[in-house]
Design a protein around this ligand. Structure first.
Ligand code: HEC
Length: 151
């Protein structure tokens, strides 16, 4: 029976629906390459995903900035938790609206521990920011940080 039982989970996965909801924790692996597994970041190079993220997520213009940072990339300068960053985050390609929402919700709900309560993003909300931000460059998105409610 042993060989058969070990094959069963594989067979089951093969029949999982193709449109299964994306897993934010899995997508976060690509973010962790720079922002680190805990989201602490690297001072001066990769900003932390913590209090600034949650503060931004508490305001409409901040939510737009966060979604567009992942969709379009970011080309500073920005100030995050009192430290300057003048880096370049590449646009995170290959993520649809549901994938962007899932990874932002993983960051806001699990990675970030400080700041105000986090209200999750919906796919529809991300679709709206994507449509409205079509013409923005990574440098334009970075300019949205100031005045979007971060610190
Ligand atoms: C190749 C490295 C790299 C990867 C991969 C990466 N980032 Fe970034 N990220 C950066 C850099 C660098 C900055 C700062 C950019 C600047 O100085 O303008 C940044 C900034 C940010 C910010 C702005 C933070 C703030 O408080 O304003 C957010 C949000 C963010 N990243 C989320 C993500 C998410 C989510 C992912 C994965 C889907 C991701 N990043 C993947 C390098 C990366």
């Amino acid at each position: 029976m042993r060989p058969l039982l070990s094959v069963l989970p594989v067979a089951f996965m093969a029949f999982a629906p193709a449109h299964a909801a994306p897993d934010g924790a899995t997508i976060y692996n690509r973010c962790a390459a720079c922002h680190t597994r805990t989201g602490a970041g690297v001072p001066g190079a990769y900003p932390p995903l913590n209090a600034d993220f949650r503060l931004l997520a508490a305001r409409p213009e901040g939510r737009r900035y966060l979604a567009l940072a992942v969709i379009k990339g970011l080309n500073g300068p920005i100030m995050v938790e009192g430290k300057p960053y003048r880096g370049m985050m590449p646009a995170q390609g290959g993520l649809d609206d549901a994938g962007i929402a899932a990874v932002l919700n993983h960051v806001g709900g699990t990675i970030a521990k400080a700041g105000p309560a986090f209200r999750p993003f919906t796919d529809k909300e991300v679709a709206g920011y994507r449509a409205g931000g079509g013409g923005l460059s990574a440098a334009d998105v970075a300019k949205l940080h100031e005045g979007a409610g971060g610190k």
